[in-house]
Design a protein around this ligand. Structure first.
Ligand SMILES: Nc1ncnc2c1ncn2[C@@H]1O[C@H](COP(=O)(O)OP(=O)(O)OP(=O)(O)O)[C@@H](O)[C@H]1O
Ligand SMILES: [Mg+2]
Length: 291
């Protein structure tokens, strides 16, 4: 497709990723994957451990390149060989570990300033001024955590939930083409996870940001977003639109998985947790507070 006619946000063409090629430890983490994300899609991604979910997000973020012949196109621009720090102008990211996305020895406003300048090659000292500070306060306000009154607080003094909420603001402050969330609520306690999930859907809806979110929680995967993909052994084995997704239950999803890949879901402890235990820690958005 010519780039003028390509209205997609993300287009992956023939993407493969092999770790330790040609050795005994060779792993084909992504197998010849083709995938298109459209504007305003909110894609939830599930799959067993080692399915290739994080590798997929890492490839989009530019952490490493795909094998030769693969193409990564963001908003019509071929970014396949664009280094991660330059690609950060297109992507926002929140990791599972709250300490990864933020710098604990810097203040809230310094962290935001770095995030704002990402991909723009600006010096930190040039980045903070009155209007920038007002912009940061405006971005923090909707969190409802009062962080806008603590711009000079060191990030190391914040709780895990507060840091993850800040990471979310940092990753969206420059309105990325695509927001990449890799199990970003998994390390939080259930109440905080629920709050951060709600903050996520709020910011995504408010700023109209196209999003890909990996989660091990099938209930969240079904409840959130307009599209769900399931991965297995480096392939996308299921791609459901909103209508298909809304009519499914967790047991349906498990049975779809088993039909699509011919193995039971039982290997994956994490995914089974939700179904076996009758689901006690749903992290779907509701009224809640950050711990
Ligand atoms: N940097 C790496 N070096 C070597 N092998 C890797 C690397 N990253 C991932 N792999 C391997 O690639 C495969 C896919 O890993 P990936 O982390 O993408 O899975 P995942 O679906 O995110 O799993 P999980 O649910 O456990 O996070 C696994 O076999 C993993 O061991
Ligand atoms: Mg992973």
């Amino acid at each position: 497709m010519s780039s003028e006619n390509d209205k997609s946000i993300l287009r992956l063409e023939s993407i493969k990723k092999v770790f330790f090629p040609g050795t005994m430890d060779e792993v084909a983490a992504i197998n010849d994957l083709n995938f298109v994300v459209n504007p305003m899609d909110f894609v939830t991604i599930i799959g067993s451990n080692g399915a290739g979910k994080s590798t997929l997000l890492n490839l989009v973020a530019g952490m490493y390149p795909p094998e030769k012949g693969g193409k990564i196109i963001i908003r019509g621009k071929n970014v396949t060989r664009l280094k991660e720090y330059k690609r950060a102008a297109f992507t926002g990211r929140v990791w599972q570990d709250p300490s990864v996305g933020t710098a604990k020895n810097l203040t809230i406003e310094e962290n935001l300033s770095l995030a704002y300048s990402r991909g723009k090659c600006r010096m930190l000292r040039n980045a903070i001024n009155k209007s920038r500070r007002e912009h940061f306060c405006k971005a923090l306000e909707p969190l409802g955590l009062g962080l806008e009154y603590r711009l000079n607080a060191q990030v190391g003094t914040l709780s895990g939930g507060q840091r993850q909420a800040l990471s979310l603001v940092m990753s969206t402050i420059s309105k990325p083409a695509i927001l990449l969330l890799d199990e970003h609520i998994a390390a939080l306690d259930p109440t905080t996870a629920q709050t951060v999930m709600k903050l996520t859907t709020d910011v995504v809806n408010r700023e109209k940001i196209t999003t890909m979110m990996v989660t091990h929680d099938m209930e969240v995967a079904l409840a959130v977003g307009n599209r769900l993909i399931m991965m297995h052994k480096g392939n996308i084995i299921l791609d459901l639109d909103a209508k298909a997704k809304n009519s499914l239950t967790i047991p349906d999803l498990i049975s779809e998985f088993e039909k699509a890949c011919g193995t039971t879901f039982a290997d994956d402890k994490v995914l089974l947790k939700d179904t076996k235990e009758g689901k006690t820690n749903a992290n779907v958005p509701g009224d809640c507070a950050v711990a």
